[in-house]
Design a protein around this ligand. Structure first.
Ligand code: NAP
Length: 308
């Protein structure tokens, strides 16, 4: 019985160390030195798609150490193998901090203040209230709800948009394509926290931007594939969007000659919003390993047919 760790060597070392600390008897192999593929009974995958996993016919489950599994779902799997993604308290806390930080920066006009200081200007900015600054979150899942709840606590009017209907205390919840327009209309700042699927690929496009109020701010912490890059640049050029804050890109690392680096109206963070920690995530992985061996349903299952 072998757990195969299919990820970068540095990443595998930390996770295997944390898992062994919980159960020293676990036996690991690391990609691509898996030995006899028939002995692999559980596969852990990191931030890159390992490719063909279908040769591991006896694998009882595939476990992602990432919350987003769009890369993983490009792999080939043994038929019917259950897949789980990572839901980790550390990751959620990081995402909430990241987004609250940038929402507060937007409310308090951090970009204007920093620009004024660079020019030695003492400017007079009217103070704004959170209650007059509606924030919307595309994606009311684990991370979207955690962020929404914190923003509600700070006094922002918060709305969220999901595929199916949701009820979250203090949050105006919208769902489905039919309610997207009503969700977008009042927003001063919109956050994307969707998974990347066939339905959400390129969703941040001209049509969606047109539904926002003029001068709205975009924050994309979902995936780079959500952004239609050309439509984003056009929306910035026209003033439809005041600025965009991007943590995720179609190509990562963002190539040095990419036009985004040269834009004053794009703030770039290098996919640092949130990570899973081997320490806190290992317990859930071990639980899923035990569940997989016992034929029980996994924690945080992925539905490959819907793509998340
Ligand atoms: P999650 O719990 O699966 O939530 C996904 C949300 O998106 C759900 O509310 C879902 O609707 C909604 N959704 C999915 N497809 C939709 C569609 N076609 N139309 C409308 N809503 C749709 O995921 P999560 O844990 O919150 O993570 C969300 C994403 O954050 C990840 O997939 C990843 O892309 C990104 N992420 C980024 C970082 C970073 O460092 N930048 C770190 C971690 C995660 P239902 O509720 O109806 O299912």
């Amino acid at each position: 019985m072998t757990i195969l760790y299919a990820a970068d060597p540095a990443e595998s070392e930390a996770w295997i160390g944390s898992l062994r600390a919980l159960d020293p008897k676990l036996d690991f192999a690391t990609w691509p030195d898996w030995g006899d593929p028939d002995k692999v009974d559980f596969i852990i995958v990191g931030g890159r798609s390992p490719g063909d996993l279908s040769i591991f016919k006896n694998a009882r489950a595939i476990q992602s150490t990432w919350a987003g599994v769009n890369h993983l779902l490009k792999s080939k799997f043994p038929p019917g193998v259950p897949i789980a993604r990572m839901v980790d308290q550390g990751l959620s806390a990081n995402m909430v901090e990241y987004l609250v930080y940038w929402v507060l920066d937007a409310l308090r006009q951090g970009r204007e203040l920093r620009a004024a200081q660079r020019e030695g200007k003492w400017i007079d900015l009217p103070l704004r209230w959170a209650r007059d600054f509606p924030v919307g979150i595309l994606g009311l899942g684990t991370l979207g709800v955690a962020t929404a709840e914190k923003l509600v606590g700070l006094g922002f009017p918060v709305s969220g948009w999901s595929r199916t209907a949701k009820t979250v205390a203090g949050v105006r919840a919208f769902h489905g394509a039919g309610q997207l327009g009503d969700f977008l209309a009042p927003l001063k700042l919109m956050i994307c926290l969707l998974p990347l699927t066939n339905d959400t690929e390129g969703i941040l496009d001209a049509k969606l931007f047109a539904g926002l109020t003029d001068g709205a701010i975009l924050v994309n912490a979902g995936r780079g594939g959500h952004t239609n890059d050309a439509d984003l640049l056009a929306a910035l050029d026209s003033g439809k969007l005041a600025y965009a804050l991007l943590d995720v890109f179609r190509e990562e690392p963002l190539p040095p000659d990419h036009v985004f680096w040269r834009r004053k109206d794009i703030v770039i963070t290098p996919h640092v919003a949130a990570i899973t920690r081997a320490g806190t995530g290992a317990e859930d992985i071990l639980e899923n390993y035990r569940r997989a061996l016992a034929g029980k349903p996994l924690l945080n299952p992925v539905d490959p047919s819907r793509g998340y």
